[in-house]
Write a protein that binds this ligand. Sequence first.
Ligand code: SF4
Length: 319
Amino acid sequence: MRAFTYERATSPAQAAAAVAKAPGARFIAGGTNLLDLMKLEVETPPHLVDLRDLGLNKIERTSDGGLRIGALVTNTDLASHDRVRRDYGVLTRAIVAGASGQLRNKATTAGNLLQRTRCPYFYDTDQACNKRKPGSGCAAIGGYSRQLGVIGTSQHCIATYPGDMAVAMRALGANVETVDAGGATRTISLGEFHRLPGDTPHLDTVLKPGELITAVTLPRPVAGTHVYHKVRDRASYAYALVSVAAIIRRDGTGQVAIGGIAPRPWRVEAAEAALPQGAKAVTARLLADARPTKDNAFKLPLVERTLAAVLAEVKEARA
Ligand code: SF4
């Protein structure tokens, strides 16, 4: 690990300013991804700004009946919150499907959104990787790509966003609240938050340098059956090959996001109109632009089958 300097932030705007003025500086909260990346020298920030004293750890009702989740709320606290369990069940189910109990005790809401890809070449500093070192190439293209993306990818990067929590948040229609170094705030739709790689795969999100996530908001609860299905190589402590977050209403309509297949939680609102027709019709629209590799083409039928299993589970629950 390289040497770095450290400070504890005193306010969100001061934290944003501290990171903005030190090139390469990073925020640190739970550190469950960043510290691993620093030990491997995949990331070498010269300065860390610790957010733990900022008080961004509250879960509150919004004026329109939704929920505001502070950036530093831990995954454990969010998943076990009474209102989340009752009204946003897909979110609780997605969070507990991720990582391990110990990691969820430390991992935060904002950090979970910002976790970096688990592409194996990204973690191996001897390999070409445009995301880690822009312009160096992509060892995954033509390499081992079984776990990587099938849609939203580019000729420069085929990595996936690896998390579970954000897939449920995308299905729920979440927004991300931020503050920048000048104290200006803005709200970003989670659907726009993670960038597609294009020719700048080193940029994971639309955040500006120093821009700090302060909260995630959820709209009013969506009535219906909440399901999260995660297909993975091991029964626990493994990233999704494919996951489906779904809220299905009594009339068969609903909201669906897919994980494990793209650089962002993948939701195509227009595809949801086909939900009453079944998984095949939805998947055809969701994956119309898919470009799998020969190693991961199996993910296309896996999306359809996983969604079919979700719809069958909903039907059975209501029988
Ligand atoms: Fe790097 Fe992306 Fe290629 Fe993986 S897929 S090696 S993260 S550029």
